[in-house]
Write a protein that binds this ligand. Sequence first.
Ligand SMILES: Cc1cc2nc3c(=O)[nH]c(=O)nc-3n(C[C@H](O)[C@H](O)[C@H](O)COP(=O)(O)OP(=O)(O)OC[C@H]3O[C@@H](n4cnc5c(N)ncnc54)[C@H](O)[C@@H]3O)c2cc1C
Length: 346
Amino acid sequence: MSGETVRDLVVAGSGVAGLSAAVYAARADLDPLVLEGDEPGGQLTLTTDVENFLGFPEGVGGMELVQRGKDQAREFGAEFRHGRIVAADLDGGQPFALELADGETLRTRALVVATGASARWVGAENEDELMGHGLSTCATCDGAFHRGDDVLVVGGGDSAMEEALFLAKFADSVTVVHRREELRASEIMADRARDHDAVDFRWNTELDAIHGSQETGVTDATLVCHPDGHPREKAANGVDVETETVDVGGVFYAVGHTPNTGFLDGTGVERDDDGYLHTERDENGRPTARTAVDGVFAAGDVADPRYRQAITSAGTGSMAALDAETYLESLDREGSEQQATEAPMA
Ligand SMILES: Cc1cc2nc3c(=O)[nH]c(=O)nc-3n(C[C@H](O)[C@H](O)[C@H](O)COP(=O)(O)OP(=O)(O)OC[C@H]3O[C@@H](n4cnc5c(N)ncnc54)[C@H](O)[C@@H]3O)c2cc1C
């Protein structure tokens, strides 16, 4: 691996978590380098209005929020560059080596992983255009924009049931679209959704296309159905399926998330079965942003299968930077003590 300069801190990811870590680290004079990945600004750039981030009573555009965060981090000296980590050598001692997609290798004494968890999309027609304009992957974030609407939820697991029940507080009707006849959700969550008057189910059904525009939002959607389930796969194989267009004001995907942690394969950083990073507790049992590898810290959705909010990501971003600062100080202390021990007696 090549590369002479050793950074104090690299922050992988420029979503809210990475930006918050960068602000804290830059203010602590750690000169952080932020790698932006393929999605500069992260998931919030996919949405128009953010109404639940503290300090913006009128709401704020997702793009504007992350741009402000970036400006703030730059103001204190954080450096940003394009680059996606494809592999990491974290177990060969200091400094760590990070291999980027363009072949370059960066060396750093500490790493904050804030690479997010990408919501899975279902591949329906027009989803690229309408994501953030009536199509969403987050009911907590966007449910309140759908008061009085009829909405669809795509999915059949616990999170789809949770999203459906949450949306039922605002929407006139919530239809859960599921490609099989049985839910993957736990019995208790499935019963709660089934028992709710505003929640309905469409079995053996899949979303094929979403209609509308960025100006109007979602107006309607095309569903396909086959009595044996998996209708889109069947249609692709030439089997006849029923097609129906329904009027809806919103569509919510709840088919899971994939944490962006593949580049940590083969390292000692612990992940759960779904790939989310595991963070450690301190000696008093309190939460930290530390991972199983000393000097590697986790922030934001990449370590959070539960809340996945901008504000929680910003919070854990600050935790990761503060923990990184403490770690770097301890490395410096160890270095000076070693030098003192090795220095010849006068
Ligand atoms: C449509 C939509 C609407 C939402 N609305 C709201 C809302 O109203 N309120 C709210 O609180 N939350 C909302 N959320 C959730 C919120 O966006 C996330 O909780 C938040 O963005 C998570 O921040 P993060 O920094 O952890 O990750 P992300 O925002 O996902 O950012 C991840 C970053 O990591 C980078 N990256 C990925 N892999 C690599 C790699 N290998 N190397 C280097 N960099 C990498 C990416 O390019 C990106 O910059 C919404 C989400 C969506 C999708």
